[in-house]
Every structure is written in structure tokens, then in C-alpha cells.
Ligand binder design. Structure first.
Ligand SMILES: C[S@@+](CC[C@H](N)C(=O)[O-])C[C@H]1O[C@@H](n2cnc3c(N)ncnc32)[C@H](O)[C@@H]1O
Length: 211
């Protein structure tokens, strides 16, 4: 299957989740609010909130990250980008009272932001081979890097550990943290953090461009 076909199937998968569960964590395929929030906690570590900032939420779903950032009391301009029109419409509807919340399917409408965050967008690969999905992730990271000036962060399921590997599902992508750490170091910045210490079956990478 080509990456385009996989992407099309993924769009159908996420659209169905949204239809079934609405603008809730389950509507973007999380188990619940807690697992979503603890991942957001890690992703936002790339942000220096001491001054107002702009942020792209890449693969925003219905924009749960906006609500998370809002609870922090930070001053920011938020741009949610998602491939799925229905997600974008749900995001706009849920955040219509906030002039700093913007949602689109069209990246060209979005200015280069200070930061970019990408939560749980690489986890499902369906029938793609491990190698071709990893290559697709790398291409996406190169693109994400071009959309922000100060830094970006992303997370994915982890290949560790051996015992857990027995239970890995073939349709999910369990990335190699060391591969992605190395890829980010070599391609993006000397300042890269690998966070693999928050008790979930995934890891987060922070790329800081201008420390
Ligand atoms: C599991 S949901 C996560 C939503 C949100 N980031 C969160 O953590 O609540 C993944 C979302 O990413 C979107 N997505 C995946 N790949 C994308 C891409 N390359 N560009 C834009 N959106 C993408 C999907 O359409 C889906 O809505």
C-alpha cells in the first residue's frame, strides 16, 4: 500500500472516531483525558512561556492542546493543523470564543510559528512496513522543522522493552527512540532532549533550535 493510501485509510479511521466519540480524548483515539494530558505535559516542555509565543499544533485533532495551554495562563497564538476537515470544524466550533485559536487543513494559511508540537500523529501505520513508515516519519519531521523557528516536539510509541515487545500490535508503529534522537541531532539541532521517563509506553523528543 502507498503512503497516500495509508493516509486515506487513517483519515477514515480518525473521522469515525470523531463521529463516535465527538470532541473528546476518545474522539482522537486516546484511552482518556489523563493519558492525553500527561503526554501534553511532555510536549510543552519545549516552550519558553516567559514571553508571548505562537505555536502550531500539527495534527491537532479538535484542539485539546489549545485547552491545555490555556489552563497554563500563557499568552499565545495557536494554529491547529489537521488533515481531516471534520476535525478542523470541530476545533473551530469548540474554540469559537477565543480569538487566538485558529484551525485549518491548509498549512499555507499558517505563518511560521515559534514552536510546533505534534502529539500522537505517528502511532498508527496500518499495513505499512516498519521501514517505510519510519521514512515517512523522518520526511514529516523535516517538514515540521521548516514550519517553526524556536523548536518543536513530538511523541510516539516506543520499541522498548523486550518483554513488552511480545504484545506489540502489527498495525501500530513503535519507534526506536535512539534512531529518532540521532536523526534530530544530525538534522536539526545540537540541543535535543529524549524524554522516556514518564511512565507511559511512549517517548517524547524536544528539539530546541536556539539555546
Ligand atoms: C491521535 S490524533 C491526536 C490529536 C492531537 N494531537 C491530540 O494529541 O489530542 C492524530 C491526529 O493527527 C492528524 N494527522 C496525522 N498526520 C497528520 C499530518 N501529516 N498532518 C496533519 N494532521 C495529521 C490526524 O488526522 C488526527 O486528527
Amino acid at each position: 500500500m502507498s503512503i497516500d493510501e495509508t493516509q486515506k485509510k487513517l483519515n477514515e479511521y480518525f473521522s469515525e472516531k470523531l463521529e463516535e466519540f465527538g470532541a473528546t480524548p476518545k474522539g482522537v483515539d486516546y484511552n482518556g483525558t489523563e493519558s492525553q494530558a500527561s503526554r501534553f505535559d511532555q510536549l510543552v516542555k519545549v516552550i519558553n512561556p516567559s514571553q508571548p509565543f505562537s505555536v502550531i499544533d500539527y495534527g491537532s485533532g479538535y484542539g485539546a492542546m489549545f485547552d491545555f495551554l490555556k489552563t497554563k495562563g500563557w499568552r499565545f497564538e495557536y494554529y491547529g493543523i489537521d488533515l481531516i476537515e471534520k476535525m478542523v470544524i470541530a476545533g473551530r466550533e469548540a474554540h469559537k470564543d477565543y480569538s487566538n485559536a485558529h484551525f485549518t487543513t491548509d498549512e499555507r494559511e499558517v505563518p511560521i510559528a515559534d514552536y510546533l508540537l505534534a502529539g500522537a500523529i505517528f502511532n498508527i501505520k496500518l499495513d505499512e512496513s516498519y521501514e517505510s513508515w519510519q521514512e515517512f516519519v523522518c520526511e514529516t519531521l523535516l517538514h515540521m522543522n521548516s514550519l517553526c523557528s524556536k523548536g518543536f516536539s513530538f511523541n510516539m510509541l516506543t520499541q522498548y522493552s523486550d518483554a513488552d515487545r511480545m504484545a506489540q500490535r502489527p498495525d501500530l508503529f513503535y519507534g526506536d527512540p535512539l534512531f529518532f534522537f540521532d536523526f534530530c541531532k544530525r538534522n536539526f539541532s545540537r540541543n535535543v532532549a529524549l524524554l522516556h521517563d514518564y511512565g507511559l509506553y511512549d517517548f517524547t523528543i524536544l528539539v530546541r533550535k536556539n539555546v
